[in-house]
Write a protein that binds this ligand. Structure first.
Ligand code: GRF
Length: 201
């Protein structure tokens, strides 16, 4: 059974999707720790309700960036985790943290990468005028939303869409994509060739 750490900054609905997938038996894993950079994050109460240990590591400013992520790395090591999941964690990890957990950190992003990395991806998609949007779960590398892609799911964009309606449609797919990607990564039935994540048959 995989030992998971989930990092959140806010609402935590993707964390909830993982908790639910574990509860219903569709994901064979245990969330051993939830870490947040924000004390009031709703994700923390979701974790507590599910009996998962939480830790708040409050952001101390850009000047303390390396020390901040070193602190996170020690928590992750102490919890002996197999996989780290960024589920709405709104900070770019330090290169040292990424290197300390090679191919063990994944992120969920609300666009079909490589389109629209960064903040407010749904709004970027609407403003660009694309007709298809979606979400991506990918391995985290040292760049911004740039690592090898594990799972993607697409949704249509309609003429009447607003940032809110599109975000909601994408979010429903995120909640399917994340547990699916976690199960795949934990299965170890994958390889990375170049940028391509492929499954062994
Ligand atoms: C999601 O849209 C995720 O893709 C993005 O931040 C949002 C987090 O939502 N990285 P939640 O906190 O999981 O509800």
């Amino acid at each position: 059974m995989g030992r998971l750490a989930v990092l959140v900054s806010g609402r935590g609905s993707n964390l909830q999707a993982l908790i639910d997938a574990i509860d219903t038996g569709s994901l064979d894993a245990e969330i051993v720790i939830v870490i947040s950079d924000r004390p009031g994050a709703l994700g923390l109460s979701r974790a507590e309700k599910a009996g998962i240990p939480v830790q708040v590591v409050a952001w101390e400013g850009e000047g303390r960036r390396e020390a901040y992520f070193e602190k996170i790395a020690s928590i992750l090591r102490a919890a002996n985790v197999d996989l780290v999941i960024l589920a709405g964690f709104m900070r770019l990890l330090s290169a040292n943290l990424v290197r300390a957990f090679p191919q063990q950190i994944i992120n969920i992003h609300p666009s079909l990468l490589p389109a629209f990395p960064g903040l407010r991806a749904q709004r970027q998609a609407l403003e660009y005028g694309v007709k298809v949007a979606g979400c991506t779960v990918h391995f985290v590398d040292e760049g911004l939303d740039s690592g090898p892609i594990i799972v993607q799911k697409a949704v249509p964009i309609y003429d009447h869409d607003t940032e809110e309606t599109l975000s909601e449609r994408i979010l429903t797919k995120e909640h399917e994509a994340l547990p699916e990607a976690v199960a795949l990564v934990l299965s170890k039935q994958w390889q990375i060739r170049g940028r391509r994540v492929t499954c062994e048959s």
